[in-house]
Design a protein around this ligand. Sequence first.
Ligand code: ACM
Length: 664
Amino acid sequence: MNLHFAQSAKLNLIPVPAKVNLLPGKFEITDSLKVGIVKGNSTRVNKYANRFLSRLSGRTGLFLVYPFVQKVKSGDSADVLISFEKSVSLNNFPDESYNLKIKKDKIFLSAGTDIGILRGLETLLQLLDRDSTRYFFQNVEIEDSPRFKWRGLMIDVCRHFMPEDVIYRNLDAMAAVKMNVLHLHLSDDQGFRIECKTFPKLHTLASDGLYFTQEQIKNIIRYADERGIRVIPEFDIPGHATSWLVAYPEYASLPGPYKLQREWGIFDPVFDPTQKKTYEFFDAFFNEMAKLFPDDYIHIGGDENNGNQWRANERIQEFMKEKGLETTGELQAYFNTRIAGILKKYNKKMVGWDEILHPGIQENIVIQSWRGKEYLINAAKSGYNVILSNGYYIDLIQPAEVHYLNDPLSENADLTAEEKRYVLGGEATMWSEFVSPETIDSRIWPRTAAIAERFWSPQNIKDVEDMYRRLDVVSLQLEELGLTHIKNYAMMLRRLANSRDIKHLKILVDVLEPVKNYNRNRLRKHTQQSPLTRVVDAARPDAKTARLFRRNVDEFIHNGNTVLKDEIISRLKLWKANHSKLTGVIKSNPALKEILPQSENLKKVSETGLDAINFMINKIDPPENWKEKALGIIEHAKEPVAQTELMIVSAIEKLVKYVTQQKD
Ligand code: ACM
């Protein structure tokens, strides 16, 4: 095992494999490259290997003589030799391990299952390297298997519907970083997003016409399966249920009619858990959905039921007394137990958000911990399978680093070895209040690749700088799968500037990020039809220019590096000069007007930074009152503008504090 070597050799792998042994030499890729299957039978592998060849020729420009995978008899008749034992169903989390040996003139990829081969092909493609004359694979031996078996991405298609093409390209990206669970959040207060033949009012009356047909879902499931990804549907009940009750108000806890919710938050409408007909409804509903979705698991949501309607209904209160249920939480546990019984009848296991964990609930369920890690610990200690989503809320615009260092099973987790086995893995969650099909990729990628690594790679792989280095490479590769996380940025800036010339707008937006956590709606109330085309939407999480600037300033302060000093000064000058050039663009586009104060902030903090560096390098004492004025500018620039944050302010503050520290 030589993990450190893998990193220092600058392989661009995400996730980092379990064991990497670098060998001297290179396998040169020529147009006669032949990929052969020596052992094993799987349509998945055939199709995947053909896509592999197509991606390889796409990246290299080679006109391959054998552009399709071959069946071969012996090792001599191909260059890349694939062998595996069996083709498997994704239920029960099959073995995904593989071995990859790249020698000077042969590549061996072997696995127990066809899924292992898919994972190995992605590793091989990530190993593609070049010099000025040729493409090659570095000689290497890799033994790889995932640390966690559940490595998921949840996409909320309710708050804003995400059509098929969004799902397809995200499945490709998930496969590229070895993720294996797509969790589709299909019902919520704002919409019901799948065709239901038994209860057709669900999709006809409660979706604005934006839903997946069953044919579409079958195609998505097939596409996912071909990539070794299972699809787990979520039908959120008993709360977050307005859309269901728009269609069928007779199952609500208070009389309707109900209207689709257009805003974001927690709302009262909730199913009536006391009526027989409610369970008859769910029995018929899940009977249909259990057939449509082949996965073992169905997610029933269960989050954020405020209980208001249950408290307001006397009959429900009576029911609780009769059954000895003291709280609405206990009533929900009663409901969940009955729903789990229905799912069991259809051979499905239940997944739910951590609110569903209640004494007495069936044992084979999976808890999705979102409110805090204590719910994960509690579930595992109580003997329930659990996955972590707390810390992986990618809608909250945290830097990749935060998610990367969040571990489902940290070294100091207070769990016995036996309890640790209940921790199956985790899921990144893409809630869609503030994303459209145009922006969703930039919120998911590339940060989710860092999360994918956390779920797959050994625990001790956590060098943040190296993660960012590799993320940058893999982010570009994800574009070839049709993801729009990079290309839509310039397009959105062109639309805002109403011009092909976006140079000065880009200089500003490159150092902006959307506000974090739940602040966006606090600062400006949004509804389902609010525009998602503003500067805050073009701005991306983890703004790279700003991150590198902050790092340069840190290093400069610590060791006075003059190359960095020059880089910092030239950046600050560029930013300072940008404002007067951008003002004209902003003034001629009403949609940009809101960002003017942010452009001015960038100018002022840059001037402040230049002053500070000038004092530093010339060893001049800052004049009277300079510090006060500088900190005033900094405090002002910390305030969000049009729900964006200027991400270089903390670095300028460090410079100011550094040059004035003697005065404190
Ligand atoms: C959730 O974020 N309400 C699961």
